[in-house]
Write a protein that binds this ligand. Structure first.
Ligand code: NAD
Length: 482
């Protein structure tokens, strides 16, 4: 093969896969194949999980203050090589270099919070719960934890998981998206250089067979998944049926409600970054715009004007506002949704179908549909591309009812200058992450990533204190010394 083969990281060693199933990794800006990724077999998964389990037996004995020293060194290395990581990310994912650098910064914040594990995993204690009896609780690691991650944040989403898991004393096997294996390879090299002991962190590549072997393996205690809703549901039910602790984050359809009193300039800026940033390939992307009352006309006029000025191209080139979509297949799917919007009767104010013409990369331009009705496909399904559907409503309560009718509940934002509207919206909305005058309401590392409804299956969310609870088991100890 003329392109590099991606390797696994197992028990502290880099290995070539032994199977003959490969997946091409493409540069979405050019369409060129830049690597081939092998798919791990069930026996490779078994060997990796056993190595991770053997490592767990000694890693859990390492005091937490020593465990986090690895992460302090790792944080310094990820910061040092942030541009290197971001460049790789842009090359395989397509997002702009500036956006990629921001996502590396967010990844570093995850490591920073996980470095606080000595305080975060403290238990409680109470003396004299009964005569001469004291009681205290401790948090202990679970064992081998598995992470299965999507293509859109190849550094950050794995870091929602493994820094917390490892700091708490677990060992970890990551199965990143086969579409973007090069970023997780680079970040694993840096964790290796930071001195993570053999077997504590491992990376395997693959698809369904690899995932099934991981989530059913008897030595895997917990499974963290991030991806589309159907696969999240499948991983949640399958892993739970095999006795695992599971958190499975799914897809989204996020609404931005704009009140007549909103600051239009700021609102349009926020909506453009939310709907078209990362070409709409974010689980927090705004994909339905809900203007309330007579704000629709001036809002859409300004939105179309500003969006038309966006520069779409290779994300590695300075000045690019929006890059390509991740793969040819995904690009065709997004173009198909635009087609569907037209045939179902929505009005295209901006139509991105021609943007990719004559290009070898996977491009769709920013698209805005007016006069969308809630029953249309583009109003209901996650498109995961730069397509914004506008559903006009008369009142705030109409907007709340519309948003609450969605099966998804990942994020939503309201744009208003009125405190009452903002408060009412935040109170009544059945969505787990709410922005008030915010484009992308992404919780910082010390808060949980709180999707609801079909956007999340499980109890404990990713990062924040939830991650500490997810990756530990509580033990309560009663003592009497007489
Ligand atoms: P995906 O569901 O196709 O893939 C996610 C992971 O599951 C990958 O590692 C993939 O290899 C694996 N996988 C795919 N098919 C599988 C199968 N049949 N059985 C077992 N494993 C399988 O998602 P994607 O296209 O990589 O990512 C985009 C999706 O992720 C969007 O729906 C987006 O909303 C979602 N996402 C959600 C969040 C969140 O926090 N809720 C964050 C990022 C992305």
């Amino acid at each position: 093969m003329s392109v590099p083969l991606v390797r696994y990281y197992i028990n502290g060693q880099w290995e070539e896969g032994t199977t003959w199933t490969f997946h091409p990794v493409t540069n979405p800006a050019t369409g060129a194949v830049i690597a081939q990724v092998p798919f791990a077999s069930a026996s490779e998964v078994d060997r990796t999980v056993k190595a991770a389990h053997a490592a767990f037996l000694s890693w859990r004995e390492v005091p937490v203050i020593e465990r986090v020293q690895v992460l302090y060194r790792y944080k310094a290395l990820v910061e040092k090589y942030a541009e290197d990581i971001a460049r790789i990310m842009t090359t395989e994912n397509g997002k702009t270099f500036e956006d990629a650098k921001l996502s590396v910064r967010r990844s570093v914040q995850m490591i920073e919070v996980a470095c606080g594990m000595p305080s975060l995993m403290m238990g409680d204690s109470l003396h004299n719960v009964s005569k001469d009896i004291d009681s205290y609780s401790i948090r202990q690691p679970l064992g081998v934890c598995a992470g299965i991650t999507p293509f859109n944040f190849p550094a950050m989403v794995p870091m929602w998981m493994f820094p917390f898991a490892i700091a708490a004393g677990n060992t970890f096997v990551l199965k990143p998206s086969e579409k973007v294996p090069l970023t997780p390879t680079r970040t694993a090299e840096l964790l290796h250089d930071a001195g993570v002991p053999a077997g504590v962190y491992n990376v395997l590549h693959g698809g369904k067979e690899t995932v099934d072997a991981l989530i059913e393996h008897p030595l895997v205690r917990a499974v963290s998944f991030v991806g589309s809703t159907p696969i999240a549901k499948y991983v949640y039910t399958t892993a739970a049926a095999h006795g695992k602790r599971v958190q499975a984050l799914g897809g989204a359809k996020n609404h931005h409600v704009v009140m007549p009193d909103a600051n239009l300039e700021k609102t349009v800026e926020s909506i453009i970054s939310s709907a078209f940033g990362a070409a709409g390939e974010r689980c927090l992307a705004g994909s339905v715009l809900v203007p309330v009352g007579d704000v629709a006309e001036p809002l859409l006029k300004l939105l179309v004007e500003k969006t038309s000025a966006m520069k779409v191209g290779n994300g590695i080139e300075p000045g690019t506002d929006m890059g390509p979509l991740v793969t040819d297949a995904h690009c065709k799917k997004v173009l198909g949704y635009i087609e569907k919007g037209v045939t179902e009767g929505a009005t295209p104010l901006l139509d991105g179908r021609k943007t990719g013409e004559g290009k070898t990369g996977f491009f769709a331009g920013p698209t805005i549909f007016d006069n969308v009705t809630p029953d249309m496909t583009i109003a209901r399904e996650e498109i995961f591309g730069p397509v914004l559907s506008v559903i006009r409503v008369k009142t705030l309560d109409d907007a709340i009812a519309l948003v609450n009718s969605s099966p998804f509940g990942n994020t939503t934002s309201i744009h208003t200058r009125d405190g009452y509207s903002a408060r009412r919206y935040a109170e009544k909305i059945e969505v787990g992450m709410v922005g008030i005058n915010i484009g992308v309401a992404a919780p910082m590392a010390f808060f949980p990533f709180s999707g609801w409804k079909a956007s999340f299956f499980g109890d404990l969310h990713a990062h924040g204190k939830d991650a500490v609870a997810f990756y530990t088991e509580t033990k309560v100890i009663m003592t009497r010394w007489v």
